[in-house]
Design a protein around this ligand. Structure first.
Ligand SMILES: Cc1cc2nc3c(=O)[nH]c(=O)nc-3n(C[C@H](O)[C@H](O)[C@H](O)COP(=O)(O)O)c2cc1C
Length: 361
Protein backbone atom coordinates (compact mmCIF):
# COMPACT_ATOMS: atom_id res chain seq x y z
CA UNK A 1 0.00 0.00 0.00
CA UNK A 2 1.38 3.41 -0.95
CA UNK A 3 1.26 6.06 1.75
CA UNK A 4 0.97 9.80 1.25
CA UNK A 5 4.35 10.21 2.93
CA UNK A 6 6.04 8.04 0.33
CA UNK A 7 4.26 9.32 -2.74
CA UNK A 8 6.57 11.35 -4.98
CA UNK A 9 6.23 15.13 -5.08
CA UNK A 10 6.77 17.02 -8.35
CA UNK A 11 7.83 20.64 -8.23
CA UNK A 12 8.85 22.30 -11.51
CA UNK A 13 11.20 19.74 -13.15
CA UNK A 14 12.25 18.14 -9.88
CA UNK A 15 10.69 14.99 -8.43
CA UNK A 16 11.18 14.24 -4.73
CA UNK A 17 11.06 10.48 -4.06
CA UNK A 18 8.94 11.11 -0.95
CA UNK A 19 7.55 13.99 1.11
CA UNK A 20 10.22 13.98 3.83
CA UNK A 21 12.78 16.75 3.97
CA UNK A 22 15.75 17.26 6.26
CA UNK A 23 15.14 20.72 7.73
CA UNK A 24 18.12 23.08 7.46
CA UNK A 25 20.38 22.81 10.52
CA UNK A 26 23.38 25.06 11.17
CA UNK A 27 26.41 23.03 12.20
CA UNK A 28 28.68 25.96 13.08
CA UNK A 29 31.59 23.86 11.86
CA UNK A 30 33.04 25.89 9.00
CA UNK A 31 36.20 27.89 8.56
CA UNK A 32 35.95 30.71 5.99
CA UNK A 33 32.41 29.54 5.25
CA UNK A 34 33.67 26.25 3.79
CA UNK A 35 32.02 22.85 4.24
CA UNK A 36 34.23 19.92 5.24
CA UNK A 37 34.14 16.20 6.05
CA UNK A 38 31.63 16.83 8.86
CA UNK A 39 29.12 18.22 6.38
CA UNK A 40 29.64 15.31 3.99
CA UNK A 41 28.96 12.76 6.74
CA UNK A 42 26.13 14.72 8.40
CA UNK A 43 24.22 15.44 5.18
CA UNK A 44 25.28 12.27 3.38
CA UNK A 45 23.96 10.07 6.20
CA UNK A 46 20.56 11.65 6.01
CA UNK A 47 20.40 11.11 2.26
CA UNK A 48 21.36 7.46 2.81
CA UNK A 49 18.63 7.36 5.46
CA UNK A 50 15.98 7.87 2.79
CA UNK A 51 14.90 11.54 2.95
CA UNK A 52 13.45 12.95 -0.26
CA UNK A 53 15.05 16.36 0.24
CA UNK A 54 18.20 17.27 2.11
CA UNK A 55 18.27 21.00 2.79
CA UNK A 56 21.78 22.14 3.61
CA UNK A 57 22.05 24.51 6.57
CA UNK A 58 21.69 28.29 6.36
CA UNK A 59 24.54 29.45 4.12
CA UNK A 60 25.40 33.11 4.53
CA UNK A 61 25.28 35.18 1.35
CA UNK A 62 28.16 37.35 2.58
CA UNK A 63 30.69 37.22 5.45
CA UNK A 64 28.65 39.72 7.52
CA UNK A 65 25.51 37.67 6.83
CA UNK A 66 26.78 34.89 9.13
CA UNK A 67 25.40 34.20 12.59
CA UNK A 68 28.81 33.14 13.90
CA UNK A 69 32.31 33.08 12.40
CA UNK A 70 31.87 29.28 12.00
CA UNK A 71 28.81 29.46 9.71
CA UNK A 72 28.64 27.91 6.27
CA UNK A 73 28.81 30.50 3.48
CA UNK A 74 28.06 30.75 -0.19
CA UNK A 75 29.65 33.96 -1.34
CA UNK A 76 32.61 32.68 -3.36
CA UNK A 77 33.63 30.10 -5.92
CA UNK A 78 35.75 28.11 -3.45
CA UNK A 79 32.69 27.50 -1.28
CA UNK A 80 30.64 26.42 -4.31
CA UNK A 81 33.38 24.01 -5.38
CA UNK A 82 33.59 22.53 -1.87
CA UNK A 83 29.81 22.09 -1.69
CA UNK A 84 29.61 20.36 -5.08
CA UNK A 85 30.80 16.87 -4.04
CA UNK A 86 28.45 16.89 -1.04
CA UNK A 87 25.46 17.90 -3.17
CA UNK A 88 26.50 15.26 -5.74
CA UNK A 89 26.73 12.56 -3.06
CA UNK A 90 23.31 13.45 -1.65
CA UNK A 91 21.82 13.25 -5.13
CA UNK A 92 23.60 9.99 -5.93
CA UNK A 93 21.65 8.52 -2.98
CA UNK A 94 18.36 9.49 -4.61
CA UNK A 95 17.63 12.58 -2.48
CA UNK A 96 17.31 16.10 -3.85
CA UNK A 97 19.98 18.49 -2.55
CA UNK A 98 18.82 21.97 -1.59
CA UNK A 99 20.47 24.83 0.25
CA UNK A 100 19.10 27.59 2.44
CA UNK A 101 20.45 31.08 1.75
CA UNK A 102 20.47 33.48 4.67
CA UNK A 103 21.58 36.77 6.09
CA UNK A 104 21.62 36.97 9.88
CA UNK A 105 21.16 40.76 10.16
CA UNK A 106 21.16 41.87 13.79
CA UNK A 107 21.68 38.28 15.01
CA UNK A 108 25.14 38.13 13.43
CA UNK A 109 28.63 38.31 14.88
CA UNK A 110 27.80 36.04 17.83
CA UNK A 111 29.51 33.00 19.30
CA UNK A 112 28.60 29.45 18.28
CA UNK A 113 25.74 28.22 20.51
CA UNK A 114 27.81 25.80 22.57
CA UNK A 115 30.01 28.73 23.64
CA UNK A 116 26.98 30.93 24.38
CA UNK A 117 25.32 33.54 22.26
CA UNK A 118 27.40 36.58 23.20
CA UNK A 119 28.83 39.12 20.79
CA UNK A 120 32.07 38.38 18.96
CA UNK A 121 33.92 41.69 18.81
CA UNK A 122 35.51 42.98 15.62
CA UNK A 123 38.92 42.50 17.27
CA UNK A 124 38.10 38.80 17.77
CA UNK A 125 37.01 38.19 14.19
CA UNK A 126 33.48 39.59 14.39
CA UNK A 127 31.95 42.32 12.22
CA UNK A 128 29.62 45.29 12.37
CA UNK A 129 26.05 44.00 12.05
CA UNK A 130 23.19 45.59 10.14
CA UNK A 131 19.40 45.65 10.44
CA UNK A 132 16.42 47.67 9.26
CA UNK A 133 16.57 49.64 12.52
CA UNK A 134 19.34 50.11 15.08
CA UNK A 135 17.82 47.83 17.74
CA UNK A 136 19.67 45.04 19.56
CA UNK A 137 18.20 41.52 19.74
CA UNK A 138 19.15 41.35 23.41
CA UNK A 139 21.72 43.05 25.63
CA UNK A 140 24.55 40.58 24.93
CA UNK A 141 24.11 41.01 21.16
CA UNK A 142 25.79 43.61 18.96
CA UNK A 143 24.05 46.90 18.22
CA UNK A 144 23.34 46.86 14.46
CA UNK A 145 23.59 49.89 12.21
CA UNK A 146 20.42 50.98 10.43
CA UNK A 147 20.89 49.94 6.81
CA UNK A 148 21.15 52.80 4.32
CA UNK A 149 19.81 52.08 0.80
CA UNK A 150 23.32 51.14 -0.35
CA UNK A 151 23.39 48.26 2.21
CA UNK A 152 19.97 47.10 1.03
CA UNK A 153 21.11 47.00 -2.60
CA UNK A 154 24.31 45.20 -1.65
CA UNK A 155 22.50 42.46 0.29
CA UNK A 156 20.03 41.89 -2.54
CA UNK A 157 22.98 41.58 -4.95
CA UNK A 158 24.59 39.08 -2.57
CA UNK A 159 21.47 36.89 -2.63
CA UNK A 160 21.51 37.01 -6.43
CA UNK A 161 25.20 36.07 -6.58
CA UNK A 162 24.69 33.28 -4.06
CA UNK A 163 21.88 31.82 -6.15
CA UNK A 164 24.27 31.68 -9.10
CA UNK A 165 26.87 29.89 -6.97
CA UNK A 166 24.23 27.45 -5.70
CA UNK A 167 23.54 26.46 -9.27
CA UNK A 168 27.27 25.98 -9.90
CA UNK A 169 27.40 23.78 -6.79
CA UNK A 170 24.71 21.49 -8.25
CA UNK A 171 21.80 22.24 -5.95
CA UNK A 172 18.29 21.61 -7.22
CA UNK A 173 16.33 23.53 -4.60
CA UNK A 174 16.97 26.95 -3.10
CA UNK A 175 15.32 28.05 0.11
CA UNK A 176 15.43 31.70 1.19
CA UNK A 177 15.54 32.13 4.96
CA UNK A 178 13.00 34.82 5.79
CA UNK A 179 12.23 33.67 9.33
CA UNK A 180 13.71 33.20 12.81
CA UNK A 181 14.51 36.86 13.37
CA UNK A 182 17.18 37.07 10.69
CA UNK A 183 17.50 39.95 8.26
CA UNK A 184 14.52 39.46 5.92
CA UNK A 185 12.25 38.72 8.88
CA UNK A 186 13.58 41.84 10.64
CA UNK A 187 12.20 43.86 7.70
CA UNK A 188 8.84 42.03 7.75
CA UNK A 189 8.12 42.45 11.45
CA UNK A 190 6.91 45.76 12.90
CA UNK A 191 8.75 44.77 16.11
CA UNK A 192 12.15 45.19 14.42
CA UNK A 193 11.38 47.48 11.50
CA UNK A 194 10.86 51.07 12.58
CA UNK A 195 12.02 52.65 9.33
CA UNK A 196 10.35 55.70 7.96
CA UNK A 197 11.42 55.22 4.32
CA UNK A 198 9.69 52.99 1.77
CA UNK A 199 11.10 49.83 3.46
CA UNK A 200 9.21 50.49 6.71
CA UNK A 201 5.77 51.36 8.01
CA UNK A 202 2.81 49.64 6.33
CA UNK A 203 2.69 46.03 5.11
CA UNK A 204 3.55 46.96 1.49
CA UNK A 205 6.72 48.68 2.66
CA UNK A 206 7.82 46.05 5.19
CA UNK A 207 7.59 43.26 2.58
CA UNK A 208 9.53 45.26 -0.05
CA UNK A 209 12.97 43.89 0.90
CA UNK A 210 11.74 40.27 0.87
CA UNK A 211 10.00 40.77 -2.46
CA UNK A 212 13.11 42.36 -3.99
CA UNK A 213 15.24 39.42 -2.84
CA UNK A 214 12.78 36.97 -4.37
CA UNK A 215 12.75 38.87 -7.67
CA UNK A 216 16.56 39.03 -7.76
CA UNK A 217 17.01 35.34 -6.92
CA UNK A 218 14.29 34.15 -9.26
CA UNK A 219 15.92 36.08 -12.13
CA UNK A 220 19.12 34.11 -11.50
CA UNK A 221 17.84 30.70 -10.36
CA UNK A 222 16.88 28.47 -13.30
CA UNK A 223 13.23 28.40 -14.31
CA UNK A 224 13.09 24.59 -14.05
CA UNK A 225 14.26 24.47 -10.40
CA UNK A 226 12.13 25.05 -7.27
CA UNK A 227 12.44 28.08 -5.01
CA UNK A 228 11.21 27.79 -1.41
CA UNK A 229 10.78 30.52 1.21
CA UNK A 230 10.94 29.85 4.94
CA UNK A 231 8.80 32.22 6.99
CA UNK A 232 8.26 32.67 10.66
CA UNK A 233 4.52 32.67 10.06
CA UNK A 234 3.88 34.41 13.36
CA UNK A 235 6.05 36.29 15.85
CA UNK A 236 3.87 34.97 18.72
CA UNK A 237 3.82 38.58 19.96
CA UNK A 238 0.90 41.04 19.83
CA UNK A 239 1.60 43.77 17.32
CA UNK A 240 4.15 41.61 15.48
CA UNK A 241 4.14 39.73 12.17
CA UNK A 242 1.29 37.22 12.08
CA UNK A 243 -0.54 34.55 10.11
CA UNK A 244 -2.75 37.04 8.24
CA UNK A 245 0.28 38.93 6.94
CA UNK A 246 2.02 35.66 6.04
CA UNK A 247 -0.97 34.60 3.96
CA UNK A 248 -0.94 37.97 2.18
CA UNK A 249 2.78 37.70 1.53
CA UNK A 250 2.48 34.12 0.26
CA UNK A 251 -0.16 35.28 -2.24
CA UNK A 252 2.26 37.92 -3.51
CA UNK A 253 5.26 35.55 -3.66
CA UNK A 254 3.55 32.76 -5.57
CA UNK A 255 3.27 34.65 -8.92
CA UNK A 256 6.87 35.83 -8.46
CA UNK A 257 7.97 32.22 -8.79
CA UNK A 258 8.06 30.94 -5.21
CA UNK A 259 6.97 27.30 -5.22
CA UNK A 260 6.57 26.45 -1.55
CA UNK A 261 6.34 28.18 1.83
CA UNK A 262 8.20 26.41 4.63
CA UNK A 263 6.12 27.32 7.67
CA UNK A 264 8.14 27.92 10.82
CA UNK A 265 7.54 30.58 13.50
CA UNK A 266 9.01 32.81 16.15
CA UNK A 267 12.47 33.98 17.24
CA UNK A 268 12.21 37.64 16.23
CA UNK A 269 12.65 38.66 19.88
CA UNK A 270 14.01 36.55 22.76
CA UNK A 271 11.78 33.80 24.19
CA UNK A 272 9.26 33.82 21.33
CA UNK A 273 9.41 30.27 19.96
CA UNK A 274 5.80 29.30 20.49
CA UNK A 275 4.34 26.45 22.54
CA UNK A 276 6.76 23.66 21.39
CA UNK A 277 4.05 20.99 21.40
CA UNK A 278 3.88 18.20 18.78
CA UNK A 279 3.10 19.63 15.35
CA UNK A 280 2.49 23.11 16.80
CA UNK A 281 3.26 24.86 13.50
CA UNK A 282 1.23 22.51 11.29
CA UNK A 283 -1.90 24.74 11.41
CA UNK A 284 0.17 27.52 9.79
CA UNK A 285 1.13 25.26 6.88
CA UNK A 286 -2.54 24.27 6.53
CA UNK A 287 -3.82 27.86 6.58
CA UNK A 288 -1.29 29.16 4.06
CA UNK A 289 -1.86 26.18 1.75
CA UNK A 290 -5.65 26.66 1.86
CA UNK A 291 -5.81 30.45 1.83
CA UNK A 292 -2.86 31.44 -0.35
CA UNK A 293 -3.14 28.47 -2.74
CA UNK A 294 0.56 27.62 -2.56
CA UNK A 295 2.24 24.34 -1.57
CA UNK A 296 3.61 24.30 1.98
CA UNK A 297 5.99 22.35 4.17
CA UNK A 298 5.11 21.68 7.79
CA UNK A 299 7.92 21.64 10.34
CA UNK A 300 8.32 21.54 14.10
CA UNK A 301 8.08 18.56 16.43
CA UNK A 302 7.03 16.11 13.77
CA UNK A 303 8.50 12.88 15.07
CA UNK A 304 6.12 9.99 14.28
CA UNK A 305 5.43 8.25 10.96
CA UNK A 306 1.67 8.24 11.52
CA UNK A 307 1.70 11.91 12.54
CA UNK A 308 3.54 12.85 9.33
CA UNK A 309 1.21 10.69 7.24
CA UNK A 310 -1.88 12.32 8.76
CA UNK A 311 -0.57 15.86 8.06
CA UNK A 312 -0.31 14.95 4.37
CA UNK A 313 -3.51 12.89 4.23
CA UNK A 314 -5.49 15.77 5.71
CA UNK A 315 -4.09 18.17 3.13
CA UNK A 316 -2.33 20.33 5.72
CA UNK A 317 0.97 20.37 3.83
CA UNK A 318 2.74 18.98 0.75
CA UNK A 319 5.96 18.03 2.56
CA UNK A 320 7.08 17.53 6.13
CA UNK A 321 10.50 18.70 7.28
CA UNK A 322 12.18 17.12 10.29
CA UNK A 323 15.20 18.44 12.14
CA UNK A 324 15.90 17.03 15.61
CA UNK A 325 14.27 13.64 14.96
CA UNK A 326 16.60 13.14 12.00
CA UNK A 327 19.59 13.96 14.18
CA UNK A 328 18.49 11.22 16.58
CA UNK A 329 17.74 8.81 13.75
CA UNK A 330 19.03 9.48 10.23
CA UNK A 331 17.19 6.32 9.11
CA UNK A 332 13.81 7.63 10.25
CA UNK A 333 12.44 7.73 6.66
CA UNK A 334 13.30 4.07 6.07
CA UNK A 335 11.71 3.05 9.35
CA UNK A 336 8.66 5.24 8.71
CA UNK A 337 8.12 3.54 5.37
CA UNK A 338 8.33 0.10 6.93
CA UNK A 339 5.76 1.20 9.53
CA UNK A 340 3.35 2.70 7.00
CA UNK A 341 3.82 0.38 4.04
CA UNK A 342 5.31 -2.80 5.49
CA UNK A 343 8.67 -2.44 3.70
CA UNK A 344 11.35 0.14 2.91
CA UNK A 345 12.19 0.74 -0.71
CA UNK A 346 15.20 3.03 -0.39
CA UNK A 347 17.84 1.04 1.46
CA UNK A 348 21.15 1.61 -0.30
CA UNK A 349 22.22 -1.41 -2.27
CA UNK A 350 25.28 -1.79 -0.04
CA UNK A 351 23.01 -2.41 2.99
CA UNK A 352 19.87 -3.87 1.55
CA UNK A 353 20.68 -7.60 1.50
CA UNK A 354 21.87 -7.37 5.07
CA UNK A 355 19.03 -5.43 6.63
CA UNK A 356 15.91 -5.89 4.55
CA UNK A 357 14.35 -9.33 5.11
CA UNK A 358 12.37 -8.96 1.88
CA UNK A 359 15.43 -8.34 -0.30
CA UNK A 360 16.51 -11.22 -2.55
CA UNK A 361 19.59 -12.92 -1.16
C1 LIG B 1 20.88 22.07 15.34
C2 LIG B 1 19.83 22.91 14.67
C3 LIG B 1 20.21 23.87 13.73
C4 LIG B 1 19.24 24.63 13.05
N1 LIG B 1 19.61 25.48 12.04
C5 LIG B 1 18.68 26.05 11.26
C6 LIG B 1 19.02 26.72 10.06
O1 LIG B 1 20.18 26.72 9.61
N2 LIG B 1 18.02 27.32 9.37
C7 LIG B 1 16.72 27.26 9.77
O2 LIG B 1 15.85 27.82 9.10
N3 LIG B 1 16.36 26.58 10.87
C8 LIG B 1 17.30 25.95 11.60
N4 LIG B 1 16.91 25.18 12.65
C9 LIG B 1 15.48 24.95 12.89
C10 LIG B 1 15.02 23.67 12.19
O3 LIG B 1 15.19 23.76 10.77
C11 LIG B 1 13.56 23.33 12.51
O4 LIG B 1 12.73 24.32 11.97
C12 LIG B 1 13.30 23.22 14.02
O5 LIG B 1 14.33 22.50 14.66
C13 LIG B 1 11.96 22.54 14.31
O6 LIG B 1 11.94 21.25 13.77
P1 LIG B 1 12.15 19.93 14.72
O7 LIG B 1 11.12 20.02 15.80
O8 LIG B 1 11.92 18.77 13.77
O9 LIG B 1 13.53 19.97 15.26
C14 LIG B 1 17.87 24.45 13.36
C15 LIG B 1 17.50 23.50 14.33
C16 LIG B 1 18.46 22.73 14.96
C17 LIG B 1 18.01 21.68 15.97
Amino acid sequence: MTSNLFSPFDCRHVTFRNRIGVAPMCQYSSVDGLPNAWHMVHLGSRAVGGAGLVLFEAAAVSPEGRISPADLGLWNQRQAEALRPIADFVQAQGAVAGIQLAHAGRKGSTQVPWVGRAEVSVADGGWETMAPSALRFQPAYPLPREMPPSDIERVIDSFRASARLAQAAGFQVLELHMGHGYLAHEFLSPLTNQREDHYGGGFENRIRFAVEIVRAVRSEWPEHLPLFVRLSVTDWVDGGWDLGQSIQLAKILRPLGVDLIDCSSGSIVPDSRGPQTPGFQVPFAAAIRAQAGIPTAAVGLITQARQAEDILAQGQADMVLLARQLLVDPYWPLRAQAELEGASSHWPVQYERAVNPQAKR
